[in-house]
Design a protein around this ligand. Structure first.
Ligand SMILES: [Zn+2]
Length: 80
């Protein structure tokens, strides 16, 4: 019997937040995304594993994980 399993990652854009990049120092708006990872069985997502918020610098492309409270303090709607 052949069982096909794996991980699926999907991102949802949540808007822009104003930050200074910790890597390149670029000040300005960075995109805020919610990234969810799910376990898939036969390419069907069956089990949510992880959900995190990340910002992405438009200048250098670095992604940085941020806490939900930090995202809220920056004015983002992270209720879901
Ligand atoms: Zn940067």
């Amino acid at each position: 019997m052949l069982v096909i399993f794996g991980l699926s990652r999907k991102e949802w854009p949540l808007g822009l937040v104003s930050l200074v990049c910790a890597v390149c120092g670029h000040p300005g708006p960075q995109s805020l995304v919610r990234r969810r990872t799910r376990f898939t069985l036969f390419f069907v997502p069956v089990l949510p594993l992880r959900s995190r918020l990340e910002t992405r610098c438009p200048a250098c492309g670095t992604s940085r994980r941020i806490a939900r409270d930090e995202a809220r303090s920056l004015g983002a709607d992270v209720s879901a």
